[in-house]
Design a protein around this ligand. Sequence first.
Ligand code: GLA
Length: 406
Amino acid sequence: MTARHFTAAIVTAVAFAAVSNAVIAQRRATVTPDARLAATPPMGFNTWNKFACNVSEQLIRETADAMASNGMKDAGYEYVVIDDCWQVSREQSGRIVADPQRFPSGMRALADYVHGKGLKFGLYTDLGRKTCEGRPGTFEHQEIDAKTYADWQIDYIKVDWCNADDLDAKTEYAHFRDSLKKAGRPIVLSICEWGTNRPWEWAGNVGQLWRTTTDISDRWTSVVNIINANADHAAAAGPGHWNDPDMLEVGNGGMTADEYRAHFSLWAIMAAPLITGNDLRTMTDETKSILLNKEVVAIDQDPLGAQGKKVLDTGSGTQVWMKPLADGSKAIALLNLNARDANISVGWSDIGIPAGTAVSVRDLWAHADLPLHTDSGKHTKDRLSVRVPSHGVALLTLGAVAAPKR
Ligand code: GLA
C-alpha cells in the first residue's frame, strides 16, 4: 500500500466509523422500560387514512390476513390499529362499548385473531369528552379505559386530543401513561395532539411516539409541508421515542409513484413510524414495491435511531437529507421539489466526508450499487450527481470502500 493509499484508508475509516454496539446499547439503556417498547419506530397499519369511520371486524381480520401473507409481516410491519369510530357508548359501570354491529365478536376475540397471525393489535381513543368523530372520549375514564384495553390484550393505543381544549395535555397524557402502567400490560402509547403543545419537549417519557403536525392528506403539498415541520424536532427523536409526521398515504391514489417513493423515503430518513394507511388487501405491485422495499425499511429501522436532517437546500427546489446509520454509513435522500427533473449534486463536504475519500454508493430504489466514484482509478472524487425526477428522490447509502487488495 502506498503512502497515499494508506492515508486514504485512514480517512475512510474515520469518515465511516461504525457506531459501536456499546454506544447503541448505551443509547437504548438510557431509555425507560416503556421506551423499549419501540426501540425502533413502530411499523403497522391504521384504518383512518383509507377507511375513516368505515371500520369493522371483517376489515381488521382481512387486513391481518393480508399483512401476514403478503410480505409485510416479513418486512417488519406488525401493528393492526383501528382508529376512530369503533366505540359507541359506555356501560353503566363506565366500561367502553365497541359497536356491536360492526364488531359482533368483541374486541378480545379480534385481538386473539390478530395475535394468532403473529401480529399485534391496536385501538384509538381521545382524552377529551368525545373523539374527533363524536364517539365517547376517555375524559374522566382514564383508569377504566386503560384496564379495559389491557383486558382486551391490546398492544398499541393511539390517543387523540379533540374536545380537550380546557385540559392540560402534558398532565392528561402523563395520567394516561400511568393508567396504562397500573393496568399492567405493555402498550405502546401513540400521542396525537398534532404538535399543538410542543410534545417534542415533554413526551419522550410519556409515550413512544407523538404527532408533530396536523393531519396528512393524500397530496404532494401535504407531504412537503409535513417534512418541513417535522424536521425541526430531529433532536428529540431516538430509540423509544419518535417524532410522528403522521401515517402513510402510499397506495391511496392521490400521488404519483415518484411522489409516493419520495414520501416513503423521507419517512425512512426521518426515522418516522411506518404506519400504512392504504387497503392492504388490494395493493398494486407498484405499492408493494414501495412499502415492501426492505432496503428503505432498514434505513427507517436502523438501530442507531437518529432522525435524519436536511443538510443542503439549494433554494431552487432541490434538497439533500442525511441520516447517519449505526454501521457508520450514511443514508442520503436527494429530493427534487420542482415540476421538472433535476440534476442534484452533493459534495462530500456537505455530508461530513473528507474530500478525496473513496465512497461506495448504493441506490435503494434501483437496488443497485452505483459505479465507484473514482477519477481514472487513481483519485477519489469529492461529490456525486444524480438525475432525480420531478417530485421524486434518489435514496442512497454511502459507505466505506473495502480496502484495496495488496
Ligand atoms: C384526528 C387525528 C387523525 C384521526 C382522526 C379520527 O384528526 O389526527 O389521525 O385519528 O382524528 O377522528
